[in-house]
Design a protein around this ligand. Structure first.
Ligand code: NAI
Length: 205
């Protein structure tokens, strides 16, 4: 993947892909213009063209992008065809919802298992995935050969879990706990905070 792309452009790539995939499979959508994409997604047309240039798929003047080619270019850009496993730590309310979510497959990602420290949950199946003891976190990550992890434990445990995940070879963490995770430069961390995003929206009203 092109690592020189600005973060915000990278974040929009799955949005473009979702939108293009959602269009009907008929002749009217064989080509899609940057203007149509921009309008549908509430973005500027120039921005859309700049973002899509990173995929290497060229638009044709007055015609637009060949949709199938652009989808393939975005899928390649996002490495969707390289199957990637991910683990989840914390099979509680949020973790269980994520374990049952089928949308990861759209991006070539499979949640392979969860880890938890609640003896009532360990050994169970949630969303079709096994819940393993957090005691086996390192061994499990190495056995599954995963590099992606989701943290959905209480804030107080999140940093410790992150450090164990990193020692076990995890290179990218999606953190839902309301705490900043400190990780080395070679580990990517994205913090998701629904409440903060709602607050941002509220401030725009
Ligand atoms: P929950 O209490 O339902 O689930 C937490 C799970 O983590 C439980 O299954 C518990 O047994 C497990 N756990 C606790 N300590 C552990 C440890 N040291 N090792 C392994 N497992 C451990 O909580 P919920 O509602 O699922 O939230 C999970 C986290 O996500 C919390 O930090 C919460 O604040 C956060 N959250 C974040 C949201 C966001 O927008 N970012 C939205 C909702 C929750």
């Amino acid at each position: 993947m092109n690592r020189d792309i600005p973060g915000f452009s990278l974040q929009r790539m799955p949005v473009y892909l979702n939108y293009l995939r959602s269009l009907p499979d008929d002749d009217a959508y064989t080509y899609v213009s940057s203007g149509a994409i921009a309008q549908a997604l509430g973005l500027g047309e120039v921005l859309v063209r700049k973002d899509l240039a990173y995929t290497g798929c060229a638009g044709r003047p007055k015609v637009g992008y060949p949709r199938a080619e652009l989808i393939a270019a975005l899928e390649q850009f996002l490495c969707i065809h390289d199957h990637k496993g991910a683990v989840l730590v914390g099979a509680g309310g949020l973790g269980s919802a994520l374990l049952g979510y089928g949308g990861f497959a759209n991006y070539g990602i499979e949640l392979v298992c969860a880890f938890d420290n609640d003896p009532h949950k360990v050994g169970g199946i949630v969303g079709g995935k096994p819940v393993l003891s957090v005691d086996s976190l390192e061994a499990g990550c190495m056995e599954y050969g995963v590099q992606l992890a989701i943290i959905a434990v209480p804030a107080a445990s999140a940093q410790g879990i992150a450090e164990r995940l990193i020692r076990a070879g995890i290179r990218a963490i999606l953190n839902f706990a309301p705490v900043q995770i400190t990780a080395g430069e070679d580990v990517k961390v994205i913090n998701i905070d629904v409440a903060a995003n709602l607050a941002i929206l509220a401030s725009m009203l």
